[in-house]
Design a protein around this ligand. Sequence first.
Ligand code: XMP
Length: 326
Amino acid sequence: DWNPGNVIAEQVERIRAQVGDARVICGLSGGVDSSVAAALVQRAVGDQLTCVFVDHGLLRAGEAEQVEQDFVAATGVQLKVVDARERFLTALAGVTDPETKRKIIGREFIRVFEDAARQVVEDAGAHGEAVEFLVQGTLYPDVVESGGGEGAANIKSHHNVGGLPDDLQFELVEPLRTLFKDEVRAVGLELGVPEVIVWRQPFPGPGLGIRIVGEVTAERLDTLRAADAIAREELTRAGLDREIWQCPVVLLGDVRSVGVQGDGRTYGHPIVLRPVSSEDAMTADWTRLPYDVLATISTRITNEVPEVNRVVLDVTSKPPGTIEWE
Ligand code: XMP
C-alpha cells in the first residue's frame, strides 16, 4: 500500500546516496512541488542544502512574501533571494510564441541558478565545494507530458524538464518524479510543511509569462497580477479553494474589445477565468462556479483594474483544452 512515510524513507536514502557530501541547491517557487522537494532534501542532507528563490517578475501578488514568511519560518531552511525581474523582461521582449517563451524562461532560470550557485560557494568561504546538485520539484505528469514517459507525446515543454539548456552544470535531484500531486501533498504534510503551502493550488514554473497571450511586458504583468489577486481573493472568500484544482487567470494581451464606463468608451483587454477540477492535471473539467461568485469577480476586476473591460469564462475541459493557455 502507498504511504507517505515509506516514500520519505526511500527518497531520503536515495538522495543521500546520490549527493554524498556535495552542496545542493534548490529553487523555491513558493509552490507545493518545490517546497516539498526542498523539505525532503533538507530532511536527507540538512545544511548541505541552500534554497534559492528567483524573483523572475512572473510571480503573483504576495508570492515572495509567502516563500519567506510561510516556508522559511516553518522549516528554517537557508534562503537566498535573487531579484532577476529586469533580466527576464529583457529576455522576453518581443516574444509571443508560447514554446519560445517557455524555452527562454527555462534557460534564463537555469542561468540565474548557476550565478546563484557560484555565489553560494563564495559565501561558504574557502572550504565550500562546488555546487553539484540541483533539486527540482518535477512530478510524474510533468515527466509524461514532456515526453519523458513511455509513449508520451511532447505536448508542452515544461520548463523544469524539457527546457533545460545543453550547457547545464548541475546534476538533477528529482525526488517527486514518480508522484502525483495528491501524493506530494501527503508527503508534504508528513514532513511538516505548513498546510497553507501544502494546499496551495498549482502554479506553473514559467508563471504569468504563459498566462499573457502575446508579448510579456511590465505593464501587462501588473494588469494580470491585479486581476489574479482579485480572483484568488474572491474564490478563497467563497470557500472554493479545495473544490477547484486551480484557476488560471489569463490576460489576452493582443486582444482588445470595446466597452463603456460611465460616459466613456473604453478599448481594453479581456481577462479569462479558467477554473478547473482535476485529480492529477492530466485531464480536467471546467468548474461550475456559482454565478454570484463569478459576478463578484467580474465586477471587481472591471472596476479595480482599468486596463480590463471584459471578463470571460473558459468552459473547455482537458482534453481538448490544456489547463494553461500556453
Ligand atoms: P497543462 O496546461 O499542460 O497543465 O494542462 C497541466 C498542469 O501543469 C501545470 N504547468 C506547469 N507546471 N512547469 C510546471 O511546474 C510548467 O512549465 C508548467 N506548465 C503547466 C499547469 O499549471 C497545470 O497544473
